[in-house]
Design a protein around this ligand. Sequence first.
Ligand SMILES: Cc1cc2nc3c(=O)[nH]c(=O)nc-3n(C[C@H](O)[C@H](O)[C@H](O)COP(=O)(O)O)c2cc1C
Length: 185
Amino acid sequence: MKEKLGATNALYPLVTAIVGATVDGKPDFATIAHVGIAHLKGITLGMGKIHLTNDGIKANRTFSVNLPSEDMVVVTDHVGMVSGRNEDKSGIFDVFYGELDTAPMIEQCKVTMELKLIEHIELPTHDLFVGEVVGTYADLEVLTNGIIDIAKLRPLLFDMSSKKYWSLGAPLAKCWSVGKEYAGA
Ligand SMILES: Cc1cc2nc3c(=O)[nH]c(=O)nc-3n(C[C@H](O)[C@H](O)[C@H](O)COP(=O)(O)O)c2cc1C
């Protein structure tokens, strides 16, 4: 017997990202957990319209998605609690740029992506941004055979129910493989 919880979005945990954009010529960063995958190169962001970072994404049609590791939990939470409207966050991280000169990427994040905005849907309270990945950058220490290894990256997982950051657990089974063991209901 299930308990009905009302209209609760239960799609957690999600990977916690730090989104970067250029606002008035300076980088601004916001912690964003409502990040989705539209297709292999397409990333969606659900961002409250009040955020300063949104202004930069709309103005330049570019942004970055940076993946903080567990050792960055404190600064990740900080940039998610303080708005660039009240505190200049441009000096918190070392910033580098790839192909897009208005998508500031965070040196301290071991995996970062630069994106161009391809779709902007205005919801009543939120901007839904759809970006296309233009370039991805990773520190050698999180790669295994040239591929991002999440066991080395140790991303922060976000859960709304507990309002906590969680760690990644151990791998369970191989995708597109373990299903072959299915023996029927
Ligand atoms: C763990 C965490 C996750 C967050 N996820 C989101 C999110 O998915 N969407 C959103 O609009 N704001 C989210 N926020 C809030 C913004 O990061 C926060 O309001 C930030 O201060 C906005 O900064 P800005 O005004 O400089 O853009 C999150 C905050 C935290 C701490």
